[in-house]
Design a protein around this ligand. Structure first.
Ligand code: DHB
Length: 397
């Protein structure tokens, strides 16, 4: 059977937070769009992601009317603790640069955006598998997809957006000779847990120790999220609760006697990661946003925040294009977005290498890393550099 054919102004591949935020912003300006997403709502809602939103990400949710749960169920944090040599050093964002972040799970951002799209009559099609994107270099790029019942469809659009995550079909549709790939792998991964326990500390703790990195994060008063650096090939089944708690505790041990508050562990996962940037973020009339174009290691939780920053730049450009007939923004999109992407790549890489330990590290390297941490915490300027990057540079920059 011939595929059904529909037309829209912006065809968005990917209904995660980036795709839905773009769709939401476009619809508010009366710009038609259709979102195609491979997974179902339930799967995305239950895929645990990082838990920190930058000031700018919260501002986007607030200004577009999707903030009710962030503000009532999220927690505003005014700083973090950097812990090394068994001592905690508070980086007070509020005092240093008058900025904060919000602890709010990124999968809940998806739930909120999906609800807002449904409330506003948005066209978001879950469980639809994109088989091909084509005709990027023409005025009518196309998305071919199969719906959950096996029906075949084609969407003809003016602009196509690939917000389809790190395994992006859109990115792969760009001929190899027309894109460059920049990446590094890391010799470690994160072991993540969710536990039913009260918070161990008022704010997040990023800990460096001779046994490796640990991050003591939170979800709410009853559930906590924690991670510790592990081997990328680690098997979660080899870790019972006792072993996990002992490993986490020894990474935060110190003369202050700090103790983690323990509880039953109900999720265990090994998260592999790498740093990746595909350039440029445009191919003809197709534009990439978020993880489809770049991924960062998790230290510092930049992934979704960076995706939202892309979406802001892309939305401004699309608005100028469709409403004012001015395409300068679209022409400048890739360069503008990449400027921030590389800043965030640098920050995520810096935090990662500063806080993690390598198995083959020489005493020189270990002591140098402590020198680096001491440089940061002992100076108002060092602390402010971290604070600025962590809370996120203004979207205009
Ligand atoms: C969380 C994850 C991160 O990567 C981070 O830097 C901070 C918090 C989290 O899942 O809570």
């Amino acid at each position: 059977m011939a595929p059904t054919i529909e037309k829209t102004q912006v065809g968005i591949v990917g209904g995660g937070p980036a795709g839905l935020m773009l769709s939401h912003l476009l619809s508010q300006q009366g710009i038609e769009n259709i979102v195609i997403e491979k997974r179902d709502h339930e799967t995305i809602a239950n895929t645990h992601r990082a838990g920190i939103l930058e000031t700018g990400a919260v501002k986007m949710l607030t200004e577009t009317g999707v903030d009710s749960r962030v503000k009532t169920r999220g927690y505003e944090h005014e700083g973090i603790d950097l812990r090394f040599n068994g001592e905690s050093h508070r980086i007070n964002f509020k005092e240093l640069i008058d900025a904060t972040v919000w602890l709010y799970p990124q999968n809940d951002v998806f739930v909120d955006l999906a609800a807002a799209r449904e409330r506003d009559g948005g066209d978001v099609r879950f469980s639809c598998n994109v088989t091909e994107v084509l005709d990027h270099l023409t005025d009518t790029p196309k998305i071919r997809y199969t719906d959950a019942e096996g029906g075949e469809h084609e969407i003809h659009c003016d602009i196509l957006v690939g917000a389809d995550g790190s395994q992006s079909t859109c990115r792969r549709s760009i001929p190899k000779e027309d894109r460059s790939e920049n990446f590094i792998e890391y010799p470690f991964a994160w072991f993540g847990i969710l536990t039913e326990a009260p918070p161990s500390a008022p704010e997040l703790i990023y800990a460096n120790s001779p046994h490796g990195f640990a991050l003591i994060s939170q979800r709410n008063d009853e559930v906590q999220r924690m991670y510790f650096q592990c081997d990328p090939e680690e098997n979660v089944d080899d870790w019972d609760e006792e072993r996990i708690w002992a490993e986490l505790q020894r990474r935060v041990d110190g003369p202050d006697g700090f103790q983690l508050k323990r509880g039953p562990i109900f999720e265990k996962v090994v998260l592999k990661f790498r740093s990746y940037v595909g350039e440029p973020m445009r191919y003809g009339n197709m534009f990439l946003a978020g993880d489809a174009a770049h991924t960062v290691p998790p230290t510092g939780a930049k992934g979704l925040n960076l995706a939202f920053a892309d979406v802001q730049v892309l939305f401004d450009a699309l608005k100028a294009h469709f409403i004012d007939g001015n395409s300068e923004g679209l022409d400048g999109y890739s360069d503008k977005a990449l400027k921030r992407v590389w800043k965030a790549q640098n920050f995520s890489y810096w935090m990662t290498q500063m806080l993690h330990t390598r198995k083959d590290a020489t005493p020189f390297e270990t002591k140098r890393a402590l020198g680096e941490l001491n440089t940061v915490v002992s100076s108002k300027y060092g602390q402010s550099y971290l604070a600025e990057s962590y809370t996120g540079w203004p979207h205009e920059n």
